[in-house]
Design a protein around this ligand. Structure first.
Ligand code: ACO
Length: 381
């Protein structure tokens, strides 16, 4: 084993990015220079998508144009619905959304072009990114409805992105408190530098493959419970514990069996995830709205006890899991919501990678058998 191997690329700087800055020293996260908590408090998610793609917040006309285009592509395309309907209702919605993105890509790139043109121009990719951003809420919402034995709900042109997402999922207009909390969560989930899924998207882009292939790779990476799957996993932990008074004995057992407690810890942040206070405030607003103090009780008791015993702070998935649960989403739908939000960051990185590309191809230290030779040839049957 060579000394300079950095398992998991921990601490390795692999490229530059102008999309976001994660600073563990100051415990801050900036999107194109703006603190994420400021964006969450002041912007609709569509404006943050524009910021990530173009580097600046949109002016009034730009926001209006983006909204118009987003509304034009909101509806669940029949060809995408047909592909989703082929999947078993018991399929995990992350597999469903990954398949839906593949279907969108196969249709969008069906002009008979060769792989040499697959990457597309920056202009084409911006337009593709926007259409995917517009299309994914309907896929997530329909997936949940399908599992509940319900039909798809057509989008509403008079609602913003977050409000329409909730409308399509539940078929009723959400309270402004709920829309605001949901909008904040989408902004917090939108981008986070070279995390595993974004890096996967950049690796695929670096081969000059297409945006849809990069996004499906990213979805695959996000599914894992060490990454995006943790927001779903947090809810399983909450259900296992049941109530605040069970936290102590539950933690005794979890820590004795060296179990990882989902929703805690982060590779980059050592002093706590900068997004948590904003999402916790959003969770608190939902707890008040739904009158569920028991949720906050369990949340704070587990956090306090885990931090006291392990010194490891919660990450964004810790408050967002119970927040999505209160809103009424199925637990398996939490990570696909993360996909719908993070597709903005992924596509911003795909554009950035393509603009100054170098094939991503690290080296490995071989530790297998030394050179050896086959004993003889095996005849074909
Ligand atoms: N529960 C219990 N112990 C933990 C946790 C946790 N959640 N997180 C870290 N540790 C412990 C590890 O057991 C390890 O202890 P050891 O040195 O005694 O073996 C030590 O802290 C270091 O942990 P690693 O997993 O090696 O550190 P890494 O930087 O790879 O971990 C990770 C980061 C994967 C996020 C980890 O903290 C974890 O598994 N957390 C739970 C999953 C989770 O919440 N993921 C969401 C990430 S954020 C996001 O995607 C929005």
């Amino acid at each position: 084993m060579t000394d300079d191997i950095r398992k998991g690329l921990a601490g390795v700087v692999v490229d530059e990015t102008a999309v976001s800055k994660v600073d563990p020293e100051t415990n801050s996260l900036l999107y194109r220079g703006y603190p994420v908590q400021e964006l969450a408090a002041t912007q609709p998610f569509e404006a943050v998508a524009h910021l990530l793609w173009h580097g600046e917040l949109p002016g009034d006309d730009e926001l209006a144009a983006l909204r118009e285009e987003e509304r034009r592509h909101r509806a669940l395309a029949p060809e995408v619905k047909a592909v989703v309907d082929l999947l078993p209702a018991t399929a995990h919605p992350m597999d469903e959304i990954r398949t839906a993105v593949s279907a969108v890509g196969a249709h969008e790139l069906s002009d008979g072009g060769s792989v040499l043109d697959a990457g597309g121009s920056a202009e084409e990719n911006l337009a593709r990114g926007l259409r995917l951003f517009a299309a994914l809420p309907a896929v997530v919402a329909y997936g949940q409805r399908r599992r509940r034995g319900l039909d798809a709900v057509p989008p509403r042109d008079d609602l913003g992105y977050a409000a329409n997402f909730l409308w399509m999922a539940f078929g009723e207009e959400a309270d402004p408190v709920v829309v605001d909390a949901f909008n904040r969560s989408l902004i917090l989930y939108a981008e986070h530098s070279f995390n595993a899924s974004t890096f996967a998207a950049r690796v695929v882009t670096s081969t000059l493959s297409d945006l849809y292939s990069a996004v499906t790779a990213a979805i695959g990476a996000l599914k894992g419970p060490l990454h995006g799957g943790a927001n779903e996993a947090v809810l399983h932990v909450f259900r296992e514990i049941g109530a605040a008074e069970n936290v102590g004995p539950w933690l005794d057992e979890a820590l004795a069996s060296k179990r990882k407690v989902m929703g805690f810890g982060h590779r980059v942040y050592t002093r706590g995830d900068s997004r948590v206070p904003t999402m916790r405030a959003a969770l608190e607003s939902l707890v008040a709205h739904y009158d569920r103090p028991d949720v906050l009780d369990l949340y704070t008791t587990l956090e306090d006890e885990f931090v006291r015993r392990k010194g490891i702070s919660p990450n964004l998935d810790y408050p967002s899991g119970p927040a999505y649960d209160l809103i009424g989403f199925d637990t398996v739908t939490f990570t696909p919501i993360f996909v719908a939000a993070r597709v903005t960051g992924w596509t911003a990185h795909i554009l950035e990678q393509a603009a100054s590309n170098a094939l991503i191809r690290p080296l490995s230290a071989y530790v297998g058998p030394g050179e050896r030779h086959v004993a003889g040839s095996v005849p074909d049957e």
